[in-house]
Design a protein around this ligand. Structure first.
Ligand SMILES: NC(=O)c1ccc[n+]([C@@H]2O[C@H](COP(=O)([O-])OP(=O)(O)OC[C@H]3O[C@@H](n4cnc5c(N)ncnc54)[C@H](O)[C@@H]3O)[C@@H](O)[C@H]2O)c1
Ligand SMILES: O=c1ccn([C@@H]2O[C@H](COP(=O)(O)OP(=O)(O)O[C@H]3O[C@H](CO)[C@@H](O)[C@H](O)[C@H]3O)[C@@H](O)[C@H]2O)c(=O)[nH]1
Length: 409
């Protein structure tokens, strides 16, 4: 395919990945962001996100990649203009579309707009000619997911336009689902909400296991071998978080409510999730007797491993609840250097463990499985550890003298 001129508005997780990957595929890309400091940093080669391979991709394709602060440059004189600005939760739970509407209002006549931001069902229908192309990348795997996606979804009123956008993704060899705008928008919410349902289901099963003397890891091992259930999103934890699942579940609930549809399963998934951080805190209190004055070391603060993103992190909710009951908190996270409210951040797990009554693993960073357990135990006031993600090597941890608590057991 002939190289295209592609504009990208928004240089965050989705926008920067889109820009760098299209440049990598041979296109000329102009990427705009309203945040002047971010654009300055990008021009200087600093990407600011912890995304494997993204910095290298930006550096390697720099001659085809331009960073600007004015949206007009990315919206005019381009073959396609991708909109990748945020759609956070608004006051009523529905997505706040102000950034998307702002960018759409700046588009000159004749520009082909491709909407990649996650937008409420029915948004594109209000903007004739816009192509919907929701993004499914996971943080921590952004480049890999963009270049080797499991599917491409494109919604358009005009079939020819849908095919032209699909052609941009031909090198990825992913199956393309071409449909109408409204259905494409719903695929995005339907997928994220399904993952949320699965995760809430497994977290509630873990709670049930604790009451029945069953083992959640054995239960999920038995479930995941069934192809119809699938192996992913069956790992219990302190709740699902991040910049997408929490806001997208609320947005689809708002959409269902406006349509007069009772989406009880999704409501239950959201409410089960709200309860998870408190469940972690209750278990810690049970072990320690009281949280008042308890010294607790947190291992992991980000919403999941592989990212420096703290948006809607369940670990931070657990920390806030512990602090409210008078616990003193230290923490170590490989990607978080600065202190957080009520949390004194240390630069190693050993330093975070020093003098504590208990360690709590809140993020599944692989390096936590490799820690020096005897060394950690030696530094603590009481060698107890709560693994909320069930990722630690049980035997090694127990051999080092730890009292190990796992989720769902
Ligand atoms: N983060 C993910 O993993 C992910 C995955 C799939 C879809 N999405 C969706 O993609 C969209 C973007 O998410 P993100 O995580 O990349 O957001 P982000 O916050 O990382 O980045 C958004 C960028 O847009 C810029 N911006 C905001 N308003 C602007 C405007 N009017 N003009 C120009 N730039 C503007 C911001 O400065 C920011 O740099 C959201 O709708 C989100 O739901 C996110
Ligand atoms: O077995 C699991 C899998 C995930 N999680 C948690 O679930 C949340 C979401 O994880 P993940 O889906 O990997 O995170 P995101 O990077 O936010 O990606 C989701 O949200 C993106 C934004 O819409 C979509 O593009 C992706 O397809 C979708 O997976 C995190 O808190 C994880 O810790 C678990 O507790 N157990």
């Amino acid at each position: 395919m002939r190289a295209k001129r592609i504009g990208v508005v928004g240089a965050g997780y989705v926008g920067l990945t889109t820009a760098a990957c299209f440049a990598h595929l041979g296109h000329r890309v102009i990427c705009a962001d309203a945040d002047a400091a971010k654009i300055e940093a990008l021009k200087a080669g600093e990407i600011g996100l912890h995304e494997p391979g993204l910095g290298e991709l930006v550096a390697r394709n720099r001659e085809r990649l331009e960073f600007v602060t004015d949206n007009a440059s990315a919206l005019s004189d381009v073959d396609f203009a991708f909109v990748c600005v945020p759609t956070p939760t608004g006051p009523d739970g529905a997505a706040d579309l102000s950034a998307v509407e702002q960018v759409l209002s700046e588009v000159p006549a004749g520009t082909r707009v491709v909407l990649k931001s996650t937008v409420p069902v029915g948004t594109a229908a209000k903007h004739p000619g816009v192509v919907s192309n929701p993004e499914f990348l996971r943080e921590g795997h952004a480049v890999e997911d963009f270049l080797r996606p499991q599917r491409i979804v494109i919604g358009a009123q005009d079939e020819r336009q849908a095919h032209e956008v699909a052609e941009l993704y031909a090198p990825t060899k992913a199956p393309a689902v071409l449909t109408d705008n409204t259905s494409a928008e719903l695929v995005k919410y339907a997928s994220n909400c399904f993952l949320a349902l699965k995760l809430s289901y497994v977290n509630t099963l873990a709670e049930l296991c604790e009451h029945l003397d069953a083992d959640i890891d054995g239960v999920t091992e038995g479930m995941r071998l069934d192809d119809r259930i699938g192996a992913s999103c069956l790992q219990p934890g302190p709740g699902w978080g991040g910049s997408c699942l929490p806001k997208d579940t609320l947005a689809l609930l708002a959409t269902a409510k406006a349509a007069g549809v009772d989406f009880a399963t999704l409501e239950a998934a959201v409410s089960a999730n709200r309860h998870q951080p408190q469940r972690v805190v209750d278990r810690i209190r049970e072990e320690l007797g009281t949280l008042h004055g308890a010294k607790i070391g947190l291992l992991g603060l980000t919403f999941k491993a592989g990212t420096n993103d703290l948006r809607d992190s369940p670990a931070l909710v657990v920390a806030r609840l512990l602090a409210q009951e008078g616990a003193e908190l230290t923490a170590y996270d490989p990607c978080v250097g600065e202190d957080r409210p009520n949390i004194s951040t240390r630069s190693t797990a050993e330093e975070a463990a020093a003098g504590t009554d208990m360690l709590v693993v809140l993020t599944e960073w692989p390096e936590f499985a490799e820690l020096d357990w005897p060394e950690l135990a030696g530094r603590m006031a009481g060698p107890r550890i709560f693994d909320t993600r069930n990722v630690l090597p049980e035997e090694k941890v127990r051999e080092a003298g730890f009292h190990l608590i796992r989720t769902g057991r």
